[in-house]
Design a protein around this ligand. Sequence first.
Ligand code: GAF
Length: 378
Amino acid sequence: MTDTAFEIAFKNAYGRAPEGAWAAPGRVNLIGEHTDYNDGFVLPFAIPQTTRAAVARRDDGLLRLHSAAMEDGVVELRIADLAPGATEGWARYPAAVLWTLREAGHDVGGADLHFDSTVPVGGGLSSSAALQVVTALALTELYGVELSRQDMAVLCQRSENRYVGAPVGVMDQTASACCTAGHALHLDVRALAQRQVPFDPEAEGLVLLVADTHVKHAHADGAYGERRAGCERAAELLGVPALRDIAPADLDAALAALPDDTLRRLTRHVVTEDQRVQDVIELLDAGRTAEIGPLLTAGHASLRDDFQVSCTELDVVVEAALAAGALGARMTGGGFGGSVIVLTTAPTAPDVAQAITRALPQAVPFSTAPAEGAHRLW
Ligand code: GAF
């Protein structure tokens, strides 16, 4: 079925009809933060908010990009000129995907793409991964390229690492490409092994709220890369391939072997966070979702105190939610701003939501639940 307004927006930008339309969701990470680039475990789910792309192929070596949210009109790029660092602004993300597909030897040519999105930009809900994944899915399907969803996610991650210059892990792109409705995705990043874990808060009388602090974060900034470099340095000093290889039972010995407090804090966060992912999964599998609350809150404390990627606004929202009776709350995503997730019982949810907005007026919580991953619309 075609969405007429969306199709018309494509026609207005390009003067012809699209060949099809695709959608890719943002994500909430339930638990497992800053563990993906340590070869560890994550547990994200797709949210109902998506980025959509209406697309038609071109055969003249041009990539043309248009976004309903931007005022820069149609951005026209020559595929032959695409190179890391050569593209500015939001257009870097789809350009990066086309460049990376071609670098990987896939026979993908030019296209006109029109985007719109309901994923809050800079809200820590992976708006950029949604943009990358919807581009990758549309181009591979239109050009008949066979790529598994996990390989597509890895390719999108590579495009962000190499073309955009942000040293992110693979969680967000995998969530957008591979999640399914009613499930959180347990990803073992080292093995790239996936399991869909049933997660339906509503069925257990619970509500999961998302509160965007509207404090903007940017992963190309140095702080994310510094944390990542610190983790890699700690692993090297400990003689393991990645911090994932430190078992919780060996954590004290590992901490004692590290030369400074920063590396000790980073290591403690990653090792305890990997364990929290396993503990949350056990509770979800046992149908004891309400009991994951304290693990979410412990994850926040670890990100705030040990990994040091929280900020005042995130902490204020977490504290307000807990004081109003939430079962658990934590920042989600890379941090330095973005969103908080809050688990609460259904009857307490209105009070919790009110308390959050009272504490931070720009944070207006909405409830969410696991939605489907990237898909073709028509
Ligand atoms: C950002 C990154 F993109 C992810 O790869 C992940 O590292 C996350 O921060 C922190 O868990 O969303």
